[in-house]
Design a protein. Structure first.
Length: 503
């Protein structure tokens, strides 16, 4: 499925939906059509586009009851707008013109652009008499967004769209109840604290309340980690804690902070790394391109891994291998481990939520934790910040500081990283006994100063340029927050440096 859009230079381009940017443009377009339909039907309603759930956007109203009739009306009006194939045009104004426009129109749609530090222009997308701001490129007309659905869900509704893999049909919605519960909990907290949009966060920073905001976010993390440790302590059958989550979720710092809370509960955490149990290089499976597939579960020596775990749980001493990634072989260097009476194994890895990794261990002896940076902060009520974007910015900063990779190299690898996550992590996230949201409401205000210089090194001739520009534009909305404000135990320190923990 192809769609046409105007690029940053104002020229029409055709893009395939199956690409990451193609899907983004389509989703942006269908959200625009939805907001236009709602404006025409219920002009005094307050719509919020909250977050993504399984190829759907979860949306709510502040002042409109969602009935079957409301859902039917929205769907029919959207279809009408799509069938008309109306032109969507981007109009730019100077900051001065925009200020006069907003004073006259009394609207918040796109008002955050007035505070940006990097652009002298303010842009709005127009369609007939409707206008709104959406972050990024938009299809040239409403006729491209033919495939969608609207359905009631909890206290809101879902705007549904196709997956990249199958762009011509809508697959059945997969309800992720635990993930949704975690998102709702954090969103409710930050809404009460009036920290649910960039505008409100920036206000806190401008009014010298940045330190308090950081303390609140960090206190929320500490409370949730303590709660998880208490859950584990109440179940004395638990002998293994398994931690999994996508890249740049802060798993390592989380595990160390959880370990401190476990010690307060008289539990001794002993870390066992699944990365030391790779099969010998010549036994490593290959992917469809003939390359070694280090991310598939068959790349782990499951037999040896389970054998060692069983022996440890039986009270035996085990010599733990150390995998040499240069030679591709396990080495035995005298690293021995034995569990004490109150000790538990803590294992972190991509497959930790998949029972195949530890299939010889009874389920009641395992406690699984899913961790991800589940961003609940929005640009405004129509534009959400992608969880994936937050993790990518974290990784750009960390890769440069600790691995010597440029932002260009990190962006180039990112799609491959995402594919591994979709295949090996996300399908198992509902298997978790606990979920931890590692996002910090203030973090992009800190990461901004680290990431912007790295992103600006990417040249306009590079294929990664458009992604870099998109991230630069996102970061430009944030007021800078001094790194000195960040506690040394913060998960954010795993990416920017200065952590009290050793990695």
């Amino acid at each position: 499925m192809n769609l046409v859009y105007n690029n940053a230079n104002g020229k029409e381009e055709t893009i395939d939906y199956s690409t990451t940017e193609g899907k983004r443009i389509y989703v942006r377009g269908i959200m625009y059509v939805m907001s236009m339909a709602i404006y025409k039907l219920y002009p005094s309603s307050y719509l919020t586009i909250n977050y993504q759930l399984d190829n759907s956007m979860f949306c709510t109203f502040d002042n409109l009851e969602i009935t079957d009739e409301v859902i039917s009306n929205i769907k029919n009006k959207m279809q009408e707008i799509i069938d008309k194939d109306l032109l969507i045009t981007k109009k730019e104004m100077t900051q001065e013109e925009a200020e006069k426009f907003y004073e006259k129109e009394k609207t918040l749609r796109g008002v955050l652009q007035l505070n940006t530090e990097t652009s002298e222009k303010v842009s709005l997308y127009y369609c007939e008499d409707y206008y709104n701001y959406f972050y990024g490129d938009m299809p040239i007309s409403t006729g491209y967004m033919k495939l969608f659905d609207v359905q009631k869900y909890r206290d809101g509704f879902l705007l549904r769209y196709p997956s990249k893999k199958n762009p011509v049909t809508l697959k059945p919605f997969r309800d992720n109840k635990k993930l949704m519960s975690t998102l709702e909990e954090y969103e409710d907290i930050y809404r009460v604290l009036k920290l649910n949009t960039i505008y409100r966060l920036n206000k806190k920073v401008e009014e010298d309340e940045g330190k308090e905001t950081i303390l609140i976010a960090e206190a929320l993390h500490e409370k949730k980690i303590a709660d998880i440790a208490d859950m584990i302590a109440k179940n004395r059958k638990v002998k293994m804690i398994l931690i999994a989550g996508p890249s740049s979720s802060g798993k390592t710092t989380f595990a160390k902070r959880l370990g401190i809370q476990l010690k307060l509960n008289n539990i001794g955490p002993k870390t066992l790394s699944a990365d030391n149990y790779f099969v010998e290089r010549e036994q490593t499976p290959r992917d469809e391109n003939g390359e070694y597939d280090f991310e598939c579960i068959e790349a782990i020596d499951l037999k040896l891994f389970n054998e060692h775990i069983l022996r440890l749980l039986a009270g035996e001493e085990v010599e733990i291998p150390e995998f040499d990634f240069q030679t591709g072989h396990k080495m035995y260097n005298g690293n021995k481990m034995k569990l004490g009476e109150n000790d538990v194994l803590v294992i972190e890895g991509i497959h930790c939520l998949n029972d195949r990794l530890t299939d010889s261990i009874p389920k009641d002896q395992k406690f699984k934790i899913y961790i991800s940076a589940l961003t609940v902060l929005n640009i405004d009520y129509y534009n959400r910040i992608s969880t994936t974007d937050t993790r990518l910015i974290r990784r750009i900063v960390r890769d440069y500081r600790y691995r010597g990779y440029s932002a260009k190299e990190t962006i180039k690898r990112w799609n491959s990283v995402n594919q591994g996550e979709k295949k090996y992590i996300f399908p198992y996230q509902e298997e978790a006994d606990a979920m931890f949201n590692s996002s910090l409401v203030y973090e992009l205000g800190v990461l901004k100063e680290f990431a912007l210089p790295l992103l600006k090194e990417i040249q306009s001739t590079d294929s990664e340029y458009m992604e870099a520009k998109r991230l630069i534009d996102l970061l430009s909305y944030f007021k800078s927050i001094p790194v000195d404000y960040i506690p040394e135990s913060s998960i954010l320190r795993e990416f920017i440096g200065g952590s009290v923990f050793k990695y």
